[in-house]
Design a protein around this ligand. Structure first.
Ligand code: ADP
Length: 404
């Protein structure tokens, strides 16, 4: 097992296109890190550079304590699971899983031990004699994972492994990947364009956009404290509402003003905004769930500000209604409890704003101006958390082994 360090990695393709720029990331030993971003942002290129399938233009790639810049893919001691499974159709499940080890001339008994171990973890014991054509999509993906597990690599790389599966199977396989990670406790780098997959799987997620890292952090932190406008729009369904306007400053306190909404910003933002020029063009961000329809506001609820508008289209999703509200020249989406559906027919619908997780972004740079320092410097805390979990699992496994 090993951590993976990417020290200022660049990829410039032959046609001059800079697909990955200035990429600096340290993936902890035993961590499941998800690279997420829209199609074309450079996720696969990054993963393929770690695997050695794509040559990097600049920087150092370090696996464990070894710089692998000039090490061939087969000698990097990593295993990759692809979207299209890449199974051999004429071989049985057993042979598909054993193939890499056979090529490397492993003794038969060792191959049998490893295939047996992997097939037990993945629930493939009953399917070892089948050919890939006799398996479902989910089972094929499990065989592809089994083939990676038998290698006992330092790290696993997953390139959109669930993209070919239907929605129900994807949920099932997400659970299996989490269980697999829990069980084998090996470093995993997982690429996906699906933010829900990223949020549910990652110890940390790394959000990429046009070749650069926008933010790295624990999923919840990235959701609650997006570092940029891009992250605020990319993570969360529906995305964070972003209202255009300007900062104001009255009696030493910052506020926000747009054509449809005005408020004094809460205490925790005042210090963070210190020295920002009043009148600066900004975006005010608030999640649909932080807007509480007036009928649902109780006396005890702390209401820092109110916003109102005309309710337009409503999407009934069962547990919530997403209602699109027109507000001046702008609009926002609110998530409301279906029991308040009747209130949406009124001309003017009012919402209280929960400012706890509202944010102010610099319109020009896209940076979040209201992220607390504690969240920005969260990396040490994370290292400890991952290390502790890893130690706990190893202890558990040692105890289990002692009983066998
Ligand atoms: P992602 O995995 O995020 O969808 P990729 O890493 O596959 O993105 O691609 C990143 C960017 O690099 C894309 O704009 C893609 O068109 C470009 N790209 C990929 N391969 C090549 C290549 N061989 N030559 C030039 N550009 C490429």
């Amino acid at each position: 097992m090993a951590g993976v360090k990417l020290n200022d990695i660049w990829k410039i393709y032959d046609n001059g296109y800079e697909a990955v720029k200035n990429f600096k990331l340290e993936i902890e030993d035993g961590e499941l890190l998800v690279l997420v971003g829209p199609s074309g942002c450079g996720k696969s290129t990054t993963l393929r550079m770690v695997a050695g399938l794509e040559e990097h233009t600049r920087g150092d790639i370090i696996i464990g304590d070894k710089c692998v810049n000039n090490v061939a893919p087969k000698d990097r001691d990593i295993a990759m699971v692809f979207q299209n499974y890449a199974l051999y159709p004429h071989m049985t499940v057993y042979k598909n899983m054993a193939f890499g080890l056979t090529l490397r001339k492993f003794p038969k008994e060792e191959i049998a031990r490893r295939v047996d171990y992997a097939s037990k973890i993945l629930g493939l014991e009953e399917l070892l004699d089948r050919k890939p054509s006799q398996l479902s999509g989910g089972q094929r993906q499990r065989v592809a994972m089994g083939r990676a597990i038998v290698r006992e690599p330092e790290a696993f790389l997953f390139d959109e492994p669930l993209s070919n599966l239907d929605a129900k199977m994807r949920v099932e396989m997400r659970k299996e990947i989490l269980m697999l990670h829990e069980r084998i406790d090996t470093t995993m780098i997982y690429v996906t364009h699906d933010q829900i997959e990223a949020m549910t799987l990652g110890d940390r997620i790394c959000v990429m956009n046009i070749g650069v890292i926008e933010q790295v952090g624990e999923p919840r932190t990235v959701f609650d404290y997006p570092a940029t406008v891009f992250v605020a729009r990319f993570i969360g369904t529906p995305p964070m509402n972003l209202l255009e306007g300007r900062l104001t400053k009255k009696s030493g306190r910052y506020g926000f003003k747009s054509d449809c909404f005005e408020c004094i910003l809460p205490d925790h933002m005042q210090k963070l905004l210190d020295n920002q020029e009043a009148d600066k063009e900004v975006l005010f961000g608030v999640r649909p769930k932080s807007l509480i329809i007036s009928e649902a506001v109780e006396e005890s609820t702390k209401c820092d500000a109110w916003i109102s508008g005309k309710a337009g289209i409503s999407e009934m999703l069962g547990e919530e209604i997403l209602t699109h509200v027109e507000c001046g020249s702008q609009g926002f989406i609110a998530s409301i409890d279906p029991k308040y559906e009747g209130c949406l027919t009124e001309d003017n619908v009012e919402f209280a704003l929960d400012m706890e997780l509202a944010h102010v972004f610099d319109k020009e740079t896209g940076r979040n101006l209201t992220i607390p320092e504690l969240v920005k410097n969260d990396t040490t805390h994370w290292s400890n958390k991952i290390r502790q979990r890893s130690l706990r699992r190893r202890k558990q496994r040692d105890q289990e082994t002692a009983l066998v």
